[in-house]
Design a binder for this molecule. Structure first.
Ligand code: TPP
Ligand code: SF4
Length: 287
């Protein structure tokens, strides 16, 4: 079958379109240093679209990251930013949100940053329902340090640290976040940019801890597994009849990893960490 010919995109036209839409206002003058084709470009586009659609002023947005290719993100955004330590973005973001609840706090990071060195922080941000959005860029590999196996690398993946294939069972981040008590859990794919932008918007709009798992190919260090070619045919939508108010049903769907399903798995409304702290302050003051 003949491959579908795609229209070329010229940078001048793209810039004019971004400027007209308002999205360019969220991009800094620092151009991303990511490899051409990296899924992270799609996520940057998605975040600027979401911030534009939600009309969040630049001065009210904060992007917090740890270390990794994904974590370079704050440099490329025209918003407040904090490039923290490897795996430590969530505690820093929690502090920012508690200090100023009016801010829109977005945490970005890779699967290594989030689930290896930083894995101990996720349950606590989730269960305490800190009102922040966590965009987890999952490429199933350590990109910045040149292609080592990560906690989400698939079985059989050959890397510099798994020369005889990866034998470690990968984590299931969606199942983990659902069991940790996250109040919003969804999944998107960098190869579906419009859906990704919609999901980022919904995640930011949610009041509480929102976790968006973004499948994002590393075109440089993964030529065999989480590639656009493989993912384009593997991803599917969540069943239309899925009820996102059922945590158990969301977990049942999240357990099916063979063909990753995109969409909103779970959502619930409950008091945030700042709500609870206001309550404690009010009670302490009254007593
Ligand atoms: C304390 C500490 N340990 C290890 C490193 C080395 N290091 C930098 S980034 C990284 C992993 C990056 O992988 P990931 O989080 O998946 O992000 P990606 O680069 O793929 O976006 C590691 C191990 C470090 N910078 N600091
Ligand atoms: S090494 Fe991989 S994750 Fe890092 S910028 Fe390049 S393609 Fe993206």
């Amino acid at each position: 079958m003949e491959a579908e010919l795609k229209e070329p995109v010229y940078i001048e036209e793209k810039l004019a379109e971004m400027r007209a839409s308002g999205r360019l206002a969220y991009r800094s003058e620092v151009l991303p240093t990511w490899c051409p084709g990296c899924g992270y470009f799609s996520i940057a586009e998605g975040l600027t679209s979401a911030l534009t659609a939600l009309r969040i002023p630049n001065k009210d947005a904060v992007v917090v990251s740890g270390i990794g290719c994904a974590s370079r993100f704050p440099f490329f955004m025209n918003a407040y930013g904090f490039h923290t330590l490897h795996g430590r973005a969530l505690p820093a973001a929690t502090g920012i949100k508690v200090a100023n609840d009016a801010l829109t706090v977005i945490v970005v990071g890779g699967d290594g940053d989030g689930f290896a060195i930083g894995g101990g922080h996720i349950p606590h941000a989730a269960r305490r329902n800190v009102d922040i959005t966590y965009l987890l860029f999952d490429n199933g590999v350590y990109g910045l340090t040149k292609g080592q196996t990560s906690p989400t690398s698939v079985l059989g993946f050959t890397t510099s640290t798994s020369p005889f294939e990866n034998h470690d069972q990968p984590l299931n981040p969606l199942m983990m976040l659902l069991s940790y008590g996250a109040s919003w859990v969804g999944q998107a794919y960098a190869g579906r940019p419009h859906h990704l932008a919609d999901m980022i918007k919904a995640a930011i709009a949610h009041r509480g801890f929102s976790y968006l798992h973004v499948l994002s190919p590393c075109v440089t260090f993964d030529k065999t597994e989480l590639t656009y070619k493989n993912m384009d045919v593997r991803v599917r939508d969540l069943p239309e009849e899925h009820d996102p108010t059922s945590r158990m049903e969301a977990m049942r769907l999240a357990a099916k990893t063979g063909r990753p399903a995109l969409g909103l798995y779970f959502k619930e409304e409950r008091p945030t960490l700042c709500d609870e702290m206001d309550d404690i302050v009010a009670r302490a003051t009254a007593s």
